[in-house]
Design a protein. Sequence first.
Length: 297
Amino acid sequence: MPSDPSALFDRHAWRLHRDRAARLARGQGGGPDFLHAEIADRLIDRLDLVNRDFPIALDLAARDGGLTRTVASRPGTVQVIAAEPSAAFLDAAPAPRVVADPEFLPFRQASFDLIASVMALHWTADLPGALVQLRQALKPDGLLLAAMLGGQTLVELRTALFEAELAEEGGVSPRVSPAIELGDAAALLQRAGFAMPVADSETITVSYPDALALMRDLRSMGETNALAARRRNPMRRATLARAAAIYAERFSDTDGRIRASFQVLFLAGWAPHSSQPQPLPRGSATHSLAEALKKSG
């Protein structure tokens, strides 16, 4: 079916990208999925700060179920649902599992004690609406813990592509997805009805031999351009070569390898419950994510 021309993302293309990543992962014995694995580990570190059980959990955008298995191994966990838009990925995830898009959750209200999500919410065009759905799917005093890419992600690649296209083609096309900034994340959680919303960020810097290696990794991870307004024809060779040259000139280390920055936003919020502390006046938050998580332990 053709994509909605008014949509920000081409949902069909996004699923196809994840299907391709799943096939590549199987063919390569795991593939270059280090970024998702690293972010999942950091999310679990935050979950470990919470001194309580979460019997029924949801792993949203579970990929092959790595995070699902980790959450399922926690004491007090009874069941973890793996939800993933790519059927090819979901085949490798543990049961119970369901094909689901983060923008259109198929779950009843008050279904989960915990919703964990790694690298999915930056692919939602209506992030506030997605957060409302997640809050509604949580039981009272349930926890949302999510990691998504922030607005400073791949700033080096964006710069190189922008300047190369402008020089070679006289204009630019949308190639990198928009993302929210850290300062907006907690406010969006609060707007969606979460109690004690907190957001923090970490930057993961990865080195590559060149820009082409970075692009191949993004393709293998299923994190390539799925914007509805993207240009459908391949990038011109001259544009690609100039982008690689700009990248190497501006963002290389002393050993000649280029840097790629991934800003990861970690979001935490609780479904409201009468036992929770009352929120402070807006703009007065002073606590870290770790402190907020411990409060409800």
